[in-house]
Design a protein around this ligand. Structure first.
Ligand code: GLP
Length: 260
């Protein structure tokens, strides 16, 4: 794992955007795995800014999102389809045929999950998978107890995750109980996984992911098995890391250092 610690959330977001931009510069037709959540909002805002400034092009990429709530149609305001349309796909006018999310309203969610994994494989696999992390260590919606070899499938959300995500829903709305999520095996097949975490609420989960045992108790710990995982943190999210000083020596200010 490459652990990059930046001084504040804005610097962590900028570093994450830099990694995405580098991937797209090297391979404009890259397949990106995209994530949702509050942490990713400034990432997409910055990508839109940079694309509008002509510094980066997203029009040739293909994307697959991590997850979607079961039962929510794409037009629902809290669906992840809407999240992506509002924050990235709409502002950049991306061709909808290049952007993929599981259909939460599919009549057979299990079949939809299998179709999604097959579509990723058919696109050649994911070049760069963007990830956030839940306070309980989930990635995508792979809650604790998720098989570390899981394919894309339906998962039941924990109460903690439903409560954490309730802030995005109206007072009269309930957070769905189920989601279709890329599996841990799907995520591990990506050629590069980039996880962004900011804020003290993520510190415990980040330490469990990077320094705890490989365990379904903390699904993000599966990234210890990923051949190329980059973890981008702000100082608050890095606060519980025992080996922090080492990571900061290897990558001062979260930057690459030439060997020698
Ligand atoms: C949701 C998403 C995850 C995301 C997590 C953290 O549950 N399914 O992909 O990483 O929330 O979200 P936030 O960035 O809002 O803390």
């Amino acid at each position: 794992m490459k652990i990059l610690i930046l001084p504040d959330p804005a610097a962590a977001v900028a570093r994450c955007v830099e990694i995405i931009a580098q991937t797209l510069n090297e391979k404009p037709q890259a397949v990106l795995g995209l994530a949702t959540g509050g942490t990713m909002e400034p990432v997409y805002a910055r990508l839109v800014e940079r694309a509008r400034a002509g510094e980066i092009a997203l029009d040739r990429m293909t994307s697959f999102n991590l997850d979607e709530y079961v039962g929510l149609p794409p037009e629902h305001s809290q669906s992840y389809h809407s999240y992506m349309r509002d924050r990235l796909f709409g502002p950049l006018g991306l061709d909808p045929s290049r952007t993929h999310l599981p259909r939460g309203d599919a009549p057979d969610p299990a079949a939809e999950a299998a179709r999604f994994d097959a579509a990723i494989a058919q696109a050649g696999g994911i070049d760069l998978q963007l990830l956030g992390i839940g306070g309980n260590g989930h990635i995508g919606f792979n809650e604790p107890s998720s098989s570390l070899a899981s394919p894309t499938r339906v998962k039941t959300l924990t109460l903690a995750t439903r409560e954490a995500n309730a802030r995005f829903f109206g007072p009269e709305e309930t957070v769905p109980r189920f989601a279709i999520t890329m599996g841990i095996a799907t995520i591990l097949r990506s050629r590069h996984a980039v996880l962004l975490a900011t804020g003290t609420k993520k510190a415990t989960a980040v330490a469990a992911m990077a320094e705890g045992p490989l365990s379904a108790r903390c699904p993000a710990s599966a990234l210890q098995l990923h051949p190329r995982a980059t973890i981008v943190l702000d100082a608050d999210a890095a606060a519980d890391l025992e080996l922090r000083q080492y990571y900061e020596t290897v990558h001062p200010q979260g930057q690459e250092v030439a060997l020698g």
